[in-house]
Design a protein around this ligand. Sequence first.
Ligand SMILES: C[C@](O)(CO)[C@H](O)COP(=O)(O)OP(=O)(O)OC[C@H]1O[C@@H](n2ccc(N)nc2=O)[C@H](O)[C@@H]1O
Ligand SMILES: Nc1ncnc2c1ncn2[C@@H]1O[C@H](COP(=O)(O)OP(=O)(O)OP(=O)(O)O)[C@@H](O)[C@H]1O
Length: 283
Amino acid sequence: MATEPGADCTEFAPAKINLTLHVTGQRADGYHLLDSLVVFADVGDQITVRAADSLRLEISGPQAAALPPSDDNLVLRAARLMGVPAAITLEKRLPVASGIGGGSADAAAALRALARLSARPLPTEAEVLTLGADVPVCLKGRPVRMQGVGEVLTPVPDMPKAWLVLANPGVAVATPAVFRGLSRKDNPPMPAALPALRTAEALAAFLHGQRNDMEAAALALAPPIGTTTAALGAQTGCLLARMSGSGATCFGLFADAASAQTAARALQSAQPGWWVAAARLLS
Ligand SMILES: C[C@](O)(CO)[C@H](O)COP(=O)(O)OP(=O)(O)OC[C@H]1O[C@@H](n2ccc(N)nc2=O)[C@H](O)[C@@H]1O
Ligand SMILES: Nc1ncnc2c1ncn2[C@@H]1O[C@H](COP(=O)(O)OP(=O)(O)OP(=O)(O)O)[C@@H](O)[C@H]1O
Protein backbone atom coordinates (compact mmCIF):
# COMPACT_ATOMS: atom_id res chain seq x y z
CA MET A 1 0.00 0.00 0.00
CA ALA A 2 1.23 3.51 -0.77
CA THR A 3 2.20 5.80 2.10
CA GLU A 4 -0.67 8.10 3.23
CA PRO A 5 -1.05 11.31 1.17
CA GLY A 6 1.10 14.12 2.55
CA ALA A 7 3.31 11.77 4.58
CA ASP A 8 7.09 11.90 4.30
CA CYS A 9 9.25 8.84 3.61
CA THR A 10 12.79 9.09 4.90
CA GLU A 11 15.67 6.75 4.03
CA PHE A 12 19.26 6.69 5.28
CA ALA A 13 21.99 6.63 2.59
CA PRO A 14 24.97 5.01 4.31
CA ALA A 15 28.57 5.54 3.23
CA LYS A 16 29.88 2.66 1.11
CA ILE A 17 33.38 1.43 1.92
CA ASN A 18 35.44 -0.83 -0.33
CA LEU A 19 37.48 -2.79 2.26
CA THR A 20 39.18 -4.40 -0.76
CA LEU A 21 39.04 -3.36 -4.40
CA HIS A 22 40.74 -5.66 -6.89
CA VAL A 23 40.66 -4.65 -10.54
CA THR A 24 40.78 -7.96 -12.39
CA GLY A 25 40.05 -7.11 -16.03
CA GLN A 26 38.41 -4.78 -18.51
CA ARG A 27 35.38 -5.34 -20.73
CA ALA A 28 35.30 -4.39 -24.40
CA ASP A 29 33.15 -1.35 -23.51
CA GLY A 30 35.92 -0.02 -21.25
CA TYR A 31 34.25 -0.83 -17.90
CA HIS A 32 36.51 -2.63 -15.43
CA LEU A 33 35.91 -6.00 -13.78
CA LEU A 34 36.13 -5.76 -10.02
CA ASP A 35 36.32 -8.03 -6.98
CA SER A 36 35.52 -5.99 -3.89
CA LEU A 37 34.47 -6.57 -0.29
CA VAL A 38 31.97 -3.78 0.27
CA VAL A 39 30.54 -2.71 3.63
CA PHE A 40 28.45 0.19 4.88
CA ALA A 41 28.87 2.53 7.83
CA ASP A 42 26.35 4.21 10.13
CA VAL A 43 27.33 7.62 8.79
CA GLY A 44 25.68 8.92 5.64
CA ASP A 45 23.25 11.20 3.84
CA GLN A 46 19.49 11.29 4.31
CA ILE A 47 16.74 11.36 1.70
CA THR A 48 13.17 12.49 2.40
CA VAL A 49 10.43 12.28 -0.24
CA ARG A 50 6.89 13.65 -0.28
CA ALA A 51 4.24 13.28 -3.00
CA ALA A 52 4.09 16.34 -5.29
CA ASP A 53 2.79 17.36 -8.71
CA SER A 54 6.27 17.67 -10.16
CA LEU A 55 9.75 16.43 -9.41
CA ARG A 56 12.00 18.76 -7.41
CA LEU A 57 15.13 18.47 -5.27
CA GLU A 58 16.39 20.59 -2.41
CA ILE A 59 19.86 19.97 -0.98
CA SER A 60 20.79 20.93 2.59
CA GLY A 61 23.38 19.77 5.11
CA PRO A 62 27.09 20.38 5.78
CA GLN A 63 28.30 19.19 2.34
CA ALA A 64 25.48 20.83 0.31
CA ALA A 65 27.70 23.63 -1.00
CA ALA A 66 29.80 21.08 -2.93
CA LEU A 67 26.75 19.85 -4.84
CA PRO A 68 24.78 22.52 -6.67
CA PRO A 69 21.32 21.13 -7.54
CA SER A 70 21.44 20.09 -11.17
CA ASP A 71 19.24 18.01 -13.41
CA ASP A 72 21.72 15.14 -13.51
CA ASN A 73 21.88 14.74 -9.72
CA LEU A 74 21.70 11.00 -9.13
CA VAL A 75 18.67 11.50 -6.87
CA LEU A 76 16.71 13.06 -9.74
CA ARG A 77 17.90 10.39 -12.16
CA ALA A 78 16.70 7.74 -9.70
CA ALA A 79 13.31 9.47 -9.37
CA ARG A 80 12.90 9.67 -13.15
CA LEU A 81 13.65 5.93 -13.34
CA MET A 82 10.89 5.27 -10.77
CA GLY A 83 8.52 7.60 -12.65
CA VAL A 84 7.29 9.12 -9.40
CA PRO A 85 6.93 12.93 -9.13
CA ALA A 86 7.98 14.00 -5.64
CA ALA A 87 9.46 16.80 -3.59
CA ILE A 88 12.79 15.38 -2.45
CA THR A 89 15.14 16.66 0.22
CA LEU A 90 18.75 15.50 0.33
CA GLU A 91 20.62 16.12 3.57
CA LYS A 92 24.20 15.95 2.25
CA ARG A 93 26.71 14.94 4.93
CA LEU A 94 29.19 12.82 2.95
CA PRO A 95 31.91 14.60 0.96
CA VAL A 96 31.21 14.64 -2.80
CA ALA A 97 33.32 12.60 -5.26
CA SER A 98 35.17 10.93 -2.44
CA GLY A 99 35.12 7.15 -3.01
CA ILE A 100 32.43 6.35 -0.45
CA GLY A 101 29.61 6.27 -2.96
CA GLY A 102 27.69 9.31 -1.76
CA GLY A 103 25.84 9.82 -5.03
CA SER A 104 25.19 6.09 -5.45
CA ALA A 105 23.98 5.79 -1.85
CA ASP A 106 21.66 8.77 -2.40
CA ALA A 107 20.27 7.20 -5.59
CA ALA A 108 19.64 3.89 -3.81
CA ALA A 109 17.97 5.64 -0.85
CA ALA A 110 15.80 7.67 -3.25
CA LEU A 111 14.70 4.46 -5.02
CA ARG A 112 13.78 2.87 -1.67
CA ALA A 113 11.93 5.95 -0.44
CA LEU A 114 10.00 6.46 -3.70
CA ALA A 115 9.07 2.75 -3.86
CA ARG A 116 7.59 3.08 -0.36
CA LEU A 117 5.87 6.38 -1.17
CA SER A 118 4.23 5.06 -4.33
CA ALA A 119 3.96 1.33 -3.53
CA ARG A 120 5.62 0.71 -6.90
CA PRO A 121 8.25 -2.01 -7.36
CA LEU A 122 11.92 -1.09 -7.56
CA PRO A 123 13.37 -0.90 -11.10
CA THR A 124 15.03 -4.04 -12.49
CA GLU A 125 18.68 -4.74 -11.67
CA ALA A 126 19.68 -3.77 -15.22
CA GLU A 127 17.83 -0.44 -14.89
CA VAL A 128 19.41 0.26 -11.49
CA LEU A 129 22.86 -0.34 -13.00
CA THR A 130 22.25 2.45 -15.54
CA LEU A 131 22.40 4.93 -12.63
CA GLY A 132 25.97 3.86 -11.80
CA ALA A 133 28.08 0.79 -11.09
CA ASP A 134 27.84 1.36 -7.32
CA VAL A 135 24.05 1.78 -7.15
CA PRO A 136 23.15 -1.96 -7.04
CA VAL A 137 25.50 -2.56 -4.09
CA CYS A 138 24.16 0.54 -2.33
CA LEU A 139 20.63 -0.79 -2.78
CA LYS A 140 21.71 -3.89 -0.81
CA GLY A 141 23.19 -1.74 1.97
CA ARG A 142 24.72 -4.76 3.73
CA PRO A 143 28.15 -6.47 3.49
CA VAL A 144 28.57 -7.89 0.00
CA ARG A 145 31.23 -9.32 -2.29
CA MET A 146 30.85 -7.24 -5.44
CA GLN A 147 32.06 -8.61 -8.79
CA GLY A 148 31.48 -8.04 -12.50
CA VAL A 149 31.39 -4.29 -13.07
CA GLY A 150 29.33 -3.96 -9.87
CA GLU A 151 26.30 -6.09 -10.67
CA VAL A 152 27.34 -9.51 -9.29
CA LEU A 153 26.55 -9.30 -5.59
CA THR A 154 27.08 -12.10 -3.06
CA PRO A 155 26.06 -11.38 0.55
CA VAL A 156 28.79 -11.77 3.20
CA PRO A 157 26.63 -12.40 6.25
CA ASP A 158 29.27 -13.07 8.91
CA MET A 159 31.03 -9.74 9.27
CA PRO A 160 32.37 -9.04 12.77
CA LYS A 161 31.57 -6.12 15.05
CA ALA A 162 34.01 -3.44 13.91
CA TRP A 163 34.38 0.34 13.76
CA LEU A 164 35.81 2.60 11.12
CA VAL A 165 37.35 6.02 11.06
CA LEU A 166 36.72 7.69 7.70
CA ALA A 167 39.01 10.54 6.71
CA ASN A 168 38.97 12.70 3.61
CA PRO A 169 41.74 15.24 3.04
CA GLY A 170 39.48 17.57 1.05
CA VAL A 171 40.51 16.68 -2.49
CA ALA A 172 37.82 15.50 -4.90
CA VAL A 173 38.95 12.63 -7.11
CA ALA A 174 37.14 11.78 -10.37
CA THR A 175 36.59 8.02 -10.71
CA PRO A 176 37.22 7.81 -14.51
CA ALA A 177 40.61 9.56 -14.13
CA VAL A 178 41.73 6.99 -11.55
CA PHE A 179 40.63 4.08 -13.75
CA ARG A 180 42.58 5.67 -16.63
CA GLY A 181 45.70 5.91 -14.45
CA LEU A 182 45.83 2.20 -13.54
CA SER A 183 49.16 0.60 -14.43
CA ARG A 184 47.59 -2.91 -14.64
CA LYS A 185 44.06 -4.10 -15.17
CA ASP A 186 44.63 -7.84 -14.76
CA ASN A 187 45.32 -8.12 -11.05
CA PRO A 188 44.45 -11.32 -9.13
CA PRO A 189 40.99 -11.58 -7.51
CA MET A 190 40.31 -12.29 -3.84
CA PRO A 191 40.32 -16.00 -2.85
CA ALA A 192 37.32 -17.87 -4.32
CA ALA A 193 35.99 -18.53 -0.81
CA LEU A 194 36.38 -15.80 1.79
CA PRO A 195 37.64 -17.04 5.20
CA ALA A 196 35.55 -16.80 8.37
CA LEU A 197 35.77 -13.21 9.56
CA ARG A 198 34.47 -13.50 13.11
CA THR A 199 36.49 -10.75 14.78
CA ALA A 200 37.83 -7.36 13.73
CA GLU A 201 41.35 -8.81 14.11
CA ALA A 202 40.53 -11.72 11.76
CA LEU A 203 39.06 -9.25 9.28
CA ALA A 204 42.21 -7.10 9.48
CA ALA A 205 44.46 -10.15 8.99
CA PHE A 206 42.51 -11.09 5.87
CA LEU A 207 42.50 -7.52 4.54
CA HIS A 208 46.28 -7.20 4.97
CA GLY A 209 46.65 -9.90 2.27
CA GLN A 210 44.28 -8.04 -0.10
CA ARG A 211 44.48 -4.67 -1.85
CA ASN A 212 42.85 -1.59 -3.28
CA ASP A 213 44.27 -1.66 -6.80
CA MET A 214 43.14 1.94 -7.40
CA GLU A 215 45.16 3.37 -4.51
CA ALA A 216 48.47 3.93 -6.37
CA ALA A 217 46.77 5.67 -9.31
CA ALA A 218 44.65 7.83 -6.97
CA LEU A 219 47.74 8.72 -4.92
CA ALA A 220 49.49 9.94 -8.08
CA LEU A 221 46.54 12.28 -8.76
CA ALA A 222 46.01 13.29 -5.12
CA PRO A 223 49.17 13.01 -2.96
CA PRO A 224 47.31 13.92 0.31
CA ILE A 225 45.87 10.39 0.20
CA GLY A 226 49.29 9.18 1.40
CA THR A 227 49.21 11.56 4.37
CA THR A 228 45.70 10.35 5.19
CA THR A 229 46.45 6.61 5.25
CA ALA A 230 49.64 7.32 7.26
CA ALA A 231 47.75 9.45 9.80
CA LEU A 232 45.01 6.82 10.19
CA GLY A 233 47.55 3.98 10.49
CA ALA A 234 49.40 5.86 13.26
CA GLN A 235 46.32 6.01 15.52
CA THR A 236 46.25 3.72 18.57
CA GLY A 237 44.09 0.68 17.88
CA CYS A 238 44.09 1.07 14.09
CA LEU A 239 44.28 -2.47 12.67
CA LEU A 240 44.52 -1.44 9.01
CA ALA A 241 44.40 1.78 6.98
CA ARG A 242 43.47 1.87 3.28
CA MET A 243 41.76 4.01 0.65
CA SER A 244 38.11 3.31 -0.27
CA GLY A 245 36.85 3.15 -3.87
CA SER A 246 38.64 5.55 -6.20
CA GLY A 247 39.50 7.84 -3.27
CA ALA A 248 40.26 10.16 -1.71
CA THR A 249 38.44 8.98 1.45
CA CYS A 250 40.49 6.48 3.47
CA PHE A 251 39.39 4.26 6.34
CA GLY A 252 41.00 2.92 9.47
CA LEU A 253 39.62 -0.33 10.93
CA PHE A 254 39.18 -0.55 14.71
CA ALA A 255 37.98 -3.33 17.06
CA ASP A 256 36.06 -1.06 19.43
CA ALA A 257 34.03 2.13 19.40
CA ALA A 258 36.11 3.96 22.03
CA SER A 259 39.40 3.65 20.10
CA ALA A 260 37.70 4.69 16.86
CA GLN A 261 36.16 7.76 18.52
CA THR A 262 39.45 8.73 20.20
CA ALA A 263 41.30 8.33 16.89
CA ALA A 264 38.70 10.42 15.03
CA ARG A 265 38.96 13.22 17.60
CA ALA A 266 42.78 13.19 17.46
CA LEU A 267 42.80 13.24 13.67
CA GLN A 268 40.21 16.01 13.42
CA SER A 269 42.14 18.24 15.83
CA ALA A 270 45.44 17.59 14.00
CA GLN A 271 43.78 18.21 10.60
CA PRO A 272 40.91 20.68 11.07
CA GLY A 273 40.41 21.00 7.30
CA TRP A 274 39.75 17.27 6.80
CA TRP A 275 36.37 15.54 6.91
CA VAL A 276 36.64 12.90 9.65
CA ALA A 277 33.98 10.55 11.05
CA ALA A 278 33.96 7.55 13.38
CA ALA A 279 31.35 4.98 12.40
CA ARG A 280 30.12 1.47 13.14
CA LEU A 281 30.39 -1.08 10.36
CA LEU A 282 26.82 -2.19 9.55
CA SER A 283 26.77 -6.01 9.69
C1 LIG B 1 35.29 2.51 -8.06
C2 LIG B 1 33.95 2.10 -7.45
O1 LIG B 1 33.51 3.13 -6.56
C3 LIG B 1 34.14 0.82 -6.65
O2 LIG B 1 33.04 0.53 -5.83
C4 LIG B 1 32.91 1.93 -8.53
O3 LIG B 1 33.27 0.92 -9.43
C5 LIG B 1 32.56 3.21 -9.26
O4 LIG B 1 31.15 3.26 -9.27
P1 LIG B 1 30.39 4.55 -9.81
O5 LIG B 1 31.02 5.79 -9.29
O6 LIG B 1 28.94 4.29 -9.53
O7 LIG B 1 30.71 4.43 -11.34
P2 LIG B 1 29.90 4.93 -12.61
O8 LIG B 1 29.25 6.23 -12.31
O9 LIG B 1 29.07 3.81 -13.14
O10 LIG B 1 31.09 5.14 -13.61
C6 LIG B 1 32.01 6.20 -13.53
C7 LIG B 1 33.16 5.87 -14.45
O11 LIG B 1 34.00 4.90 -13.83
C8 LIG B 1 34.44 3.94 -14.77
N1 LIG B 1 34.08 2.60 -14.28
C9 LIG B 1 33.14 2.43 -13.31
C10 LIG B 1 32.84 1.17 -12.83
C11 LIG B 1 33.55 0.06 -13.38
N2 LIG B 1 33.32 -1.18 -12.94
N3 LIG B 1 34.49 0.26 -14.33
C12 LIG B 1 34.75 1.52 -14.80
O12 LIG B 1 35.61 1.67 -15.65
C13 LIG B 1 33.86 4.33 -16.09
O13 LIG B 1 34.84 5.07 -16.76
C14 LIG B 1 32.74 5.25 -15.77
O14 LIG B 1 32.60 6.21 -16.75
N1 LIG C 1 23.52 13.07 -4.94
C1 LIG C 1 24.80 13.17 -5.30
N2 LIG C 1 25.76 13.15 -4.36
C2 LIG C 1 27.06 13.22 -4.71
N3 LIG C 1 27.48 13.36 -5.96
C3 LIG C 1 26.57 13.38 -6.95
C4 LIG C 1 25.20 13.28 -6.65
N4 LIG C 1 24.55 13.33 -7.80
C5 LIG C 1 25.45 13.46 -8.77
N5 LIG C 1 26.69 13.51 -8.28
C6 LIG C 1 27.93 13.62 -9.06
O1 LIG C 1 28.57 12.34 -9.03
C7 LIG C 1 29.98 12.46 -8.96
C8 LIG C 1 30.52 11.39 -8.03
O2 LIG C 1 30.11 11.68 -6.73
P1 LIG C 1 30.07 10.60 -5.57
O3 LIG C 1 30.05 11.36 -4.28
O4 LIG C 1 29.01 9.60 -5.81
O5 LIG C 1 31.49 9.96 -5.83
P2 LIG C 1 32.23 8.79 -5.18
O6 LIG C 1 32.03 8.83 -3.69
O7 LIG C 1 33.64 8.82 -5.68
O8 LIG C 1 31.49 7.55 -5.75
P3 LIG C 1 32.02 6.08 -5.93
O9 LIG C 1 32.64 5.61 -4.64
O10 LIG C 1 30.70 5.38 -6.25
O11 LIG C 1 32.99 6.13 -7.09
C9 LIG C 1 30.26 13.88 -8.45
O12 LIG C 1 31.14 14.49 -9.34
C10 LIG C 1 28.92 14.60 -8.42
O13 LIG C 1 28.92 15.79 -9.14
